[in-house]
Write a protein that binds this ligand. Structure first.
Ligand code: TRP
Length: 333
């Protein structure tokens, strides 16, 4: 699509994809693919900052690729690739690090949080902090800038990283001329986070998640564990403050959401009934994708082929950007 803006986003293959990832990143990504020239990549090198299990990293990478395709990302329409298959990104990351003020990285939320935690525990500030964690924002800037990304759809927790990518591109352009495209974050607040089983944000680190492709029986069991208050069925309830309803409303069709909301307010619906309904809805929503996911996971050669094709397409754009950059800085003539 010539002249179309480029949207790019990365997802770390650092765990099994859950319905919070689906609502926060995957579903919006599917929609964006319709109006942008879209690049979706598996950020396996970023995952290396936390994953220390080689087999796990590989498995999660395939799983995430299969998940995206099963849910409807069409690798013919979208450029889907694995970060480590596009090495131009790393060359660019080094060049960018040479124009990135160290102070900028000192202000990164993830780094600051790690330092604060060390200080609170009486350890030295940088205890256990790798250069990978520290340089994370520079690699992320390279991911974005190497494909001339215009917009970066991410959750609100990633806003600072995208803003840093823009700052780094500006720093580069100030020194070397107008070479890099300035990216912007695209934050969809309405779907940014979803509560997990215990009411905290659904996240791997809290162990409170519902995997997208767990079996319907397993999903039902997890749903039964969603924490609610202890109001009996006949009592009126507030849908907006109920975790269960807040998951339900993202998956049920509009008319059922409205009807359920009315029943909450009026009284007469028990949480058990809502849970059963949610389990059924999830079973139906993911039935087709689950079959496709299982098919893909059983055929690694096909996934390898899809990833190789994606890498080839991404490498073409990345190579052109890197060429421009190397010329601008004096690494090539
Ligand atoms: N840091 C992002 C996350 O954890 C993943 C990511 C890596 C990314 N590189 C990116 C997202 C480039 C958008 C663009 O969610």
């Amino acid at each position: 699509m010539a002249g179309t803006k480029v949207a790019l986003t990365g997802i770390q293959p650092s765990g099994t994809a859950h319905i919070g990832n689906y609502l926060g990143m995957i579903r919006p990504a599917l929609e964006l693919a319709r109006s942008y020239d879209a690049y979706y990549f598996l950020a396996d090198e970023h995952a290396l900052t936390t994953v220390r299990d080689p087999k796990g990293l590989l498995d999660y990478t395939y799983e995430m690729a299969a998940t995206l395709i099963a849910l409807g990302l069409d690798p013919k329409n979208v450029v889907m690739y694995r970060q480590s298959d596009v090495p131009a990104t790393f060359e660019l990351a080094w060049i960018l690090s040479c124009v990135t003020p160290k102070g900028l990285l000192n202000r990164a939320h993830a780094y600051k949080a790690a330092v604060d935690e060390n200080e609170a525990a009486g350890r030295t500030p940088d205890d256990g902090i790798s250069m990978g964690l520290y340089n994370y924002p520079v690699l992320m800037a390279a991911d974005i800038l190497v494909v001339d990304g215009n917009v970066v759809p991410v959750g609100s927790d990633q806003r600072q990283h995208v803003e840093m990518a823009r700052d780094i591109a500006e720093a580069f352009n100030r020194t070397y001329g107008d070479v890099l495209v300035l990216p912007e974050p695209l934050i969809q607040e309405s779907v940014a986070t979803i509560a997990g089983l215990d009411g905290r944000k659904m996240s791997k680190s809290y162990g409170n998640l519902i995997p997208i492709f767990a079996s319907p029986e397993e999903q039902r069991k997890l749903i039964m564990r969603i924490v609610t208050d202890s109001r009996p069925p006949e009592e009126p309830k507030d849908p907006d403050s109920d975790n269960l309803f807040r998951i339900y409303e993202h998956f049920a069709p509009r008319d059922r959401v409205d009807a359920m909301s009315a029943r909450y307010l009026k009284g007469g619906v028990g949480y058990g009934e809502v849970k059963e309904e949610l389990a059924e809805i999830l079973r139906d929503v993911f039935a087709g994708p689950r079959a496709r996911f299982e098919e893909l996971m059983a055929d690694q050669a096909q996934l390898d082929k899809v990833l190789a094709e994606g890498a080839q397409r991404a490498a073409k754009v990345a190579g052109a950007t890197l060429g421009r950059v190397k010329k601008a800085v004096g690494l090539t003539s």
